[in-house]
Design a protein around this ligand. Structure first.
Ligand SMILES: *[C@@H]1O[C@H](CO)[C@@H](O)[C@H](O)[C@H]1NC(C)=O
Ligand SMILES: *[C@@H]1O[C@H](CO)[C@@H](O)[C@H](O)[C@H]1NC(C)=O
Ligand SMILES: *[C@@H]1O[C@H](CO)[C@@H](O)[C@H](O)[C@H]1NC(C)=O
Ligand SMILES: *[C@@H]1O[C@H](CO)[C@@H](O)[C@H](O)[C@H]1NC(C)=O
Ligand SMILES: *[C@@H]1O[C@H](CO)[C@@H](O)[C@H](O)[C@H]1NC(C)=O
Ligand SMILES: *[C@@H]1O[C@H](CO)[C@@H](O)[C@H](O)[C@H]1NC(C)=O
Ligand SMILES: *[C@@H]1O[C@H](CO)[C@@H](O)[C@H](O)[C@H]1NC(C)=O
Ligand SMILES: *[C@@H]1O[C@H](CO)[C@@H](O)[C@H](O)[C@H]1NC(C)=O
Length: 600
């Protein structure tokens, strides 16, 4: 819930801080602003920890706890970190000459036709569940009522991606090609797969919980549902893609080939291979390469070219636009985390009381309880299962999910003063590709060196694949003016709105994928475009001129004209570097992701 570094953070905020080993000199404004943010948040945390809790709500989970549970004192190493180093530095049995990578005799290698599920299959393959991950057992917990409850869908940006329900975004349509249309191209924007927690100083998030428990291990003992803590160790690394995260991207590559493989015919016709883009961070590159293995098969060499842009402070990069946008880190942009914290005090109050009864000698704070929910999500996607998950009720998981909505809504999306401006560079690239016209002027996060060169940034492909972070995906959706996602905003921190159109778990989970489908249809005039987020078709009617159309189609010309208007009216210089300010608290609000206007 802490915005950018040390306390606890939904998402990828910590890593967005200039890294200590950054090679570029950081703009001094950043340091100045970051100090302000840090002080601000520290103040909030202090207020937070002095809250007292008075009443003792009755608790069904308690009553259902197994009777006769053994009481154990914590092992001295409870909460300590466990790390396994693989591969060993110098294995003794390595002998490459005995293990050639090619021995000939490959057998017949005739290829067949490219698949095209999105065009040919009678129904569309739905992505559900999370193969290989184990959901918690709620057995013995009286309050677990609905067997349909899918905990994996309540982790905000830490959820593994899933196909949203048909109609989730307001259109009763699905991704397969509408009648009388054919698909002529696809632009795919996706997020990396599941990862370890972001880098932290060890005082925040799951690592912070572990170190606090470990520091006081001699003083506490746990029983009942918390008894596992007595021997629990911390097993998570930082930042890297997990095995499940690899699988997500591999699967996404396979499914994209099955759905859209036919678009490769265009490359054969023009004697070219596709350029896909990702950026330099370890998990970003690994995600892109796993996608490529899924999409092209192994070995993928010679089948495509991978552009690896640099994510670092001061480098223009539309896939990591915050790296050149100081105002992203401003105190004006952290309200979501303050709200998330306020919300946690409400929705986790019962859980804190309930769990405290099972832990003697250690005072549980709301921070600790929130970290336990985070640890459930992170342990599950990293090591496949987490005892922390079963500690919470369905309602508390809905609360956790919503805490992440608050954070992302106000700091990266429609509620953030920099939500739109951060996404504008990618929108400029999208328009360049859609119109086959180079970007006229580089005045946002676009990088002229790469984008002005037709080899590194081709404008005539039938298939584009870009990998990025959840922040950028939300920035782009905001910049695209998809206002139906903003319908429920501004989001309150006192309760979960009954109808909320903004859900981080729907828009920006691990391996989230946004399809810009290009179509040609008999019943409409000229080329068409539609946007599909995690298999949910998005209405485009909030874009000026796009018609009400049952399958979410908008004429390409109209779409491009609306985006061009947005490009012209979005001012990177002012939004990212301007000396604007907004009133603290909920006095000032945006539901279009816009900064306050430049004074005239
Ligand atoms: C358990 O369920 C009961 C009945 O639905 C409800 O009143 C109570 O608040 C629930 N307890 C928790 C901890 O959610
Ligand atoms: C553009 O991208 C290249 C390659 O990632 C990088 O070396 C260069 O510094 C970038 N240019 C700017 C102005 O950021
Ligand atoms: C990098 O972005 C800045 C700000 O938009 C722009 O002035 C500059 O020309 C860009 N540089 C390149 C190489 O694209
Ligand atoms: C792209 O950049 C390379 C290296 O600078 C250059 O050789 C090539 O001509 C450029 N291609 C285009 C189409 O601009
Ligand atoms: C790709 O090929 C399809 C089928 O031949 C065609 O309709 C479409 O226009 C082509 N797309 C591009 C970008 O060349
Ligand atoms: C953006 O969306 C708003 C509604 O939220 C609409 O009034 C405006 O016309 C849209 N702008 C464009 C360029 O589509
Ligand atoms: C930035 O450049 C684009 C062309 O790439 C132009 O349409 C837009 O008006 C410019 N924005 C500003 C604020 O000057
Ligand atoms: C920024 O704006 C504030 C108030 O709007 C003003 O007091 C301050 O001098 C400005 N700073 C700069 C560097 O323009």
């Amino acid at each position: 819930m802490n915005p950018y570094n040390d306390v606890k953070s939904p998402g990828e905020y910590e890593e967005l801080l200039p890294q200590p080993n950054a090679t570029l000199v950081k703009p001094s404004l950043w340091n100045q602003r970051l100090r302000i943010v840090a002080a601000f948040v520290a103040g909030i945390l202090t207020c937070f920890s002095v809250l007292s809790y008075v009443h003792q709500p009755s608790c069904a989970i308690d009553q259902a706890a197994p009777s006769g549970a053994v009481e154990l004192y914590a092992a001295p190493w409870a909460g300590s970190s466990e790390v396994h180093h693989y591969p060993p530095a110098s294995p003794t049995n390595v002998n490459p000459s005995l293990f050639p990578t090619s021995v000939g005799y490959a057998g017949t290698t005739a290829t067949g036709a490219e698949p095209a599920i999105v065009v040919t299959a009678p129904s569309y393959p739905v992505h559900t569940g999370a193969p290989n991950l184990v959901a918690p057992s709620f057995k013995g917990h009286r309050n677990h009522t609905s067997s349909k409850f899918d905990i994996f869908r309540y982790w905000g940006n830490l959820s593994p991606w899933f196909s949203v329900e048909r109609g989730a975004f307001g259109l009763d349509s699905s991704p397969e090609v509408p009648d009388t249309c054919r698909i002529t191209g696809l632009h795919l924007l996706h997020r990396h797969g599941a990862r370890y927690p972001s880098h932290s100083d060890g005082s925040s998030g799951p690592a912070g919980l572990a170190s606090r428990l470990n520091e006081h291990a001699a003083e506490w003992k746990a029983k009942g549902h918390l008894a596992f803590l007595n021997t629990w160790t911390y097993k998570l690394g930082e930042e890297l893609l997990t095995p499940f995260g690899r699988q997500q991207l591999y699967d996404l590559g396979v499914s994209t080939r099955l759905k859209y493989g036919f678009l490769l015919k265009n490359f054969s016709e023009t004697n070219t291979i596709p350029v896909f883009r990702t950026e330099s961070q370890n998990r970003m590159l690994d995600s892109a390469l796993n996608f490529a293995i899924g999409f092209f098969g192994y070995p993928f060499e010679g089948q495509y070219q991978q552009s690896i842009t640099i994510e670092n402070t001061g480098i223009n990069n539309t896939l990591a636009p915050y790296m050149t946008c100081p105002n992203f880190y401003s105190e004006e942009n952290i309200r979501g985390f303050i709200y998330a914290r306020k919300w946690a005090e409400i929705y986790l109050e019962d859980a804190r009381h309930r769990l405290q009864k099972h832990l003697h000698g250690y005072h549980l704070t709301i921070d600790d309880i929130y970290s336990m929910q985070e640890t459930c999500a992170y342990e599950t996607v990293a090591i496949g299962y987490s005892k922390f998950c079963e500690l919470f009720t369905e309602e508390e998981w809905e609360g956790y999910d919503y805490s992440l909505d608050l954070g992302f809504w106000y700091s990266t999306a429609w509620g953030s003063p920099v939500g739109r401006v951060l996404g504008i560079g990618y929108v400029q690239e999208l328009v360049a590709r859609l119109t086959h016209t180079p970007i006229a002027e580089h005045n946002s996060s676009t990088n002229a060196t790469l984008d002005d060169n037709a080899t590194t940034f081709p404008l005539d492909q039938s298939l584009y694949v870009d990998a990025t972070h959840e922040i950028t995906v939300l920035n782009v959706l905001t910049a695209l003016n998809l206002s139906n996602f903003a319908a429920a905003g501004p989001l309150p921190y006192t309760h979960i709105p009954r109808h909320r159109s903004f859900k981080t778990s729907h828009l920006a989970p691990f391996a989230t994928n946004v399809h810009f489908q290009l179509l040609s249809c008999a019943h409409t005039h000229g080329p068409q475009v539609r946007i599909i987020v995690n298999d949910g078709v998005v209405p485009l009617t909030s874009l000026r001129g796009c018609p009400h159309q049952p399958d979410g189609l908008c004429p390409l010309d109209t779409f491009v004209a609306a985006l061009s208007e947005i490009i012209q009216t979005t001012d990177w210089q002012w939004g990212c570097h301007g000396n604007w300010s907004v009133a603290a608290g909920d006095v000032w609000n945006t539901t279009t992701g816009s900064y306050p206007p430049r004074p005239v």
